[in-house]
Design a protein around this ligand. Structure first.
Ligand code: 5GP
Length: 178
């Protein structure tokens, strides 16, 4: 692994592909244990979670389903100004065990919006699995049930995560060089 330049920023190798794979294998075991005898419905949050979703699911030996959603934010006319919508959820979630798959949880705003959009549809349960969590930034009460890797507050790319569209294809995780 060597440094890469994406647009005008430099990124250095941070977590190797092998370490990333080992961390995903570890939580795959946790998830398989938790949903033994059930058939969870995984909700991958696009675009970033495509890599995590694929790597996690191929390590699961339980019956499961997957679908993908997007979170769209736009400036509306509410008091807060920004309206967040969950789009692309074509499958009924009522009575299902839902596992939301996120590439990275930072402040937790995105996860909070997703959970509030799902709850009124009465799933049997909602759990969150994230490839990366920034514990210093995360301020919400919603538990992040399965975390592959915890990192400090730095901007990272690779393994599905981008910098303005670039870097999702990088194996492992790269950290910005300030
Ligand atoms: P939150 O809503 O938890 O603050 O942020 C979640 C979203 O912010 C992620 O899905 C991702 O799109 C973006 N994000 C937060 N931190 C990073 C980071 O270090 N690198 C990249 N590429 N995206 C990030």
């Amino acid at each position: 692994m060597s440094r890469v330049i994406l647009h005008d920023e430099t990124f250095e190798p941070y977590i190797t592909e092998a370490e990333t794979a080992a961390a995903i294998s570890r939580i795959a075991q946790e998830v398989a244990q938790r949903y033994k005898g059930r058939t969870p419905l995984f909700l991958g949050v696009l675009n970033g979670a495509y890599f995590f979703a694929s790597e996690l699911l191929k390590r699961l030996d339980i019956p499961c389903e997957i679908t993908f959603v997007k979170v769209a934010s736009y400036h509306g006319t509410t008091s807060t100004g920004v309206v967040t919508q969950l789009i692309g959820l074509s499958q009924p979630v009522e009575g299902r065990d839902i596992v939301v798959l996120e590439d990275i949880v930072d402040t937790g705003n995105t996860i909070e919006h997703i959970v509030s959009a799902l709850r009124p549809q009465h799933p049997a349960s909602i759990a969150i699995a994230a490839l990366l969590l920034k514990p210093e930034a995360y301020k919400k009460d919603i538990p992040i049930d399965h975390v592959a890797l915890r990192i400090p507050n730095a901007f990272v790319v690779g393994s599905g995560l981008d910098h303005d569209g670039l870097g999702r294809n990088l194996p492992g995780i790269y950290r910005i060089v300030n």
